[in-house]
Design a protein around this ligand. Structure first.
Ligand code: IPE
Ligand code: IPE
Ligand code: MG
Length: 254
């Protein structure tokens, strides 16, 4: 039997170096996880919910400020109707089942994406979760639902035009404040499961300087141990933001 993963020791190890403030995850590979087991795709989505719970809990315990989960993309609407409908029901049921637990743990739920496109019953649960947890001060759980990076940027540009913003007033900070992610720090770490080396229309503006971690592990197999591995990897990176290494080291020693 494999040794039980000791999360507490891992937490101590991780606390020696800066943690990512904001982790954003492209949760991919549910379908392949199921297929490998001869199960229907939805079985993969169901198992994926267990990973969501583990990662939300793990991020809360570690003291990560923001966790953004890419749960349903703008393009995912084009999947077969039965799958879209299964995903919407699963989202609704999961929120319903988990809301008390999330609230008790101080999690604040928010969303990015065009949530008004969700079916009414799902939307109602989502709005309820946002409302119930709105005063919480723990982990911000940002759900990307019906989310697409390009449409988000386009909508922000439309807002700027609508507000008749003069061109010289529109700087990076102002533009950021017009995006769905307004008020959130940019992701420090983007995790993509299932081995695909692509961004799939996720947070295009916000990931300008994020560290990217791709793991072959399918999302349903991504649990606390895998989260710790991702953060340990992140902690080995030197984030230069366009500078040279010596400048970064000088800054750090100040
Ligand atoms: C991720 O798993 C879940 C969503 C995109 C909603 P997939 O359903 O994309 O699984 P694969 O990529 O087909 O294995
Ligand atoms: C990205 O996964 C979207 C989510 C995880 C919600 P996809 O499975 O939709 O991405 P592609 O199609 O492989 O790029
Ligand atoms: Mg996929």
């Amino acid at each position: 039997m494999p040794a039980l993963f000791d999360f507490e020791s891992a937490r101590k190890e991780l606390s020696k170096k800066p943690l990512p403030r904001h982790i954003a995850v492209i949760m991919d590979g549910n379908g392949r996880w199921a297929k490998e087991r001869g199960l229907p795709r939805v079985a993969g989505h169901h198992e994926g919910v267990k990973s969501v719970k583990a990662i939300v809990e793990g991020c809360g315990e570690l003291g990560v400020e923001v966790l953004t989960l890419y749960a349903f993309s703008h393009e995912n609407w084009n999947r077969p109707t039965w799958e879209v409908s299964a995903l919407m029901k699963l989202l609704m049921r999961t929120i319903h089942n988990e809301i008390n637990n999330l609230d008790a743990n101080g999690v604040r739920v928010r969303t990015i994406g065009q949530i008004d496109r969700l079916p009414p019953a799902t939307l109602k649960q989502v709005k309820h979760a946002i409302e119930v947890t709105r005063r919480n001060t723990g982990l911000v759980l940002c759900l990307a639902l019906s989310y697409g990076g390009r449409i988000e940027i386009l909508e922000a540009a439309r807002r700027a035009l609508h507000e008749k913003m003069t061109p010289n007033r529109l700087d990076e900070a102002t533009f950021s404040s017009l995006l769905d992610t307004a008020g959130l720090p940019d992701p420090d770490l983007v995790i993509r499961t299932s081995g695909e080396h692509r961004i799939s229309n996720f947070l295009l503006w916000q990931i300008a300087y994020s560290e990217i971690y791709v793991t072959p592990t399918y999302w349903p197999d991504f649990r606390k141990k895998e989260l710790v591995d991702a953060i340990l990897d992140y902690q080995t990176r030197e984030r230069r933001f366009g500078l040279v290494s010596e400048q970064v080291k000088k800054k750090k020693s100040k």
